[in-house]
Design a protein around this ligand. Sequence first.
Ligand code: NIG
Ligand code: FE
Length: 396
Amino acid sequence: MTGCTLWRNARLATLADGWGLVERGAVVAEDGCIRWAGPSRQLPAGLAVTAEHDLGGALLTPGLVDAHTHLIYAGNRAGEFEQRLAGASYAEIARAGGGIRATLDATRAASEEALLAAALRRALALRAGGVTTVEVKSGYGLDLATEARSLRVARRIGAATGQSVVTTFLGAHVTPPEIEGRADDYVEAVCTWLPSLHRAGLVDAVDAWCEEIAFTPAQVRRVFAVARALRLPVKVHAGQFGNQGGAALAAACGALSCDHLEWLSTADIDALRAAGTVAVLLPGAFYSLRETRVPPVAALRAAGVPMAVATDHNPGSSPTLSLPLMLNMACTLFGLTPLEAWLGATVHAAQALGLHDRGRIAPGQRADLAAWDLDHPRELAHRFGDAPCTATWTAP
Ligand code: NIG
Ligand code: FE
């Protein structure tokens, strides 16, 4: 081996088999790829170590993966929070022209540099909580120019922060006000934008919101047919406020993930399982909207559907920038175990993005790592509002 990076004097939580705890552990990487991990005393001899990190006994884990964010937008919607506290519902505010449409106006008016500056601050806040891979959706432009600008900003985040960024085109978020009431026409436009955004190298995946206040399964299918022709993976926002058939559609289309899922039938769960679709749970939106219907975690667990946990960072329903806080909420509000929550923010989150090269500390995985001032990873799920991440590393 030549030119290795060595992390030593660490307590490892590899997540390779359960917690995968290794006392006095070490990790060796070469060219950004983990070559060896295990107890320091078994470290292979003859390593040409060119960079070394002494963890001083700290906990070393895989870097976290935030599989669902809406990081690119301008403005804020704290006024809607006040309205909701006073009794208005999310759907009522949306129907009255607030919600996503309010963010649309601010985002369309913002320059690429302004959007980037705001998004970078958010990405760095996520990284301070251990996030080394982040999925970033468009969906606050809903015209070709602003969707393209948003996706360009998403691409630029990775170069600026060192995080891996997966871009997702969410043109089918809601129908924009200029063609209010003509959702089919808007879907047609989205279908024509997608190939050009893809040609520009801006799209890694395609998302759509299947909900009464957004799009029907038939409309989402039209967008996904274009995605399939371009060989782009798809994912669905579904089951947040009701069951419009979005989860069944996700499974039928072989979606990487189906996200939210407070409203899910037994048949949906079986279909997700058969399709290998990851259930992405978003406790921040549930909490912030003060919802009461929880996702059917016990049934998902029993069926063996992989569960991920993400921030859903957005200016309306989930203005959080802490994935560790979501681990806590996934346990306290949804009933995940601390280990399930960790797998949900690492290996299952990676799976929700179609990535199989990260989420565990094991040979062949990317050297995306996070160090924590914790004795055991379960402490991160126990604490809230306190995520003592002391360093992150991402493979070049
Ligand atoms: O994931 N569900 C749809 N979209 C976002 C909310 C976006 C917004 O309110 O601005 C979500 O929660
Ligand atoms: Fe979302």
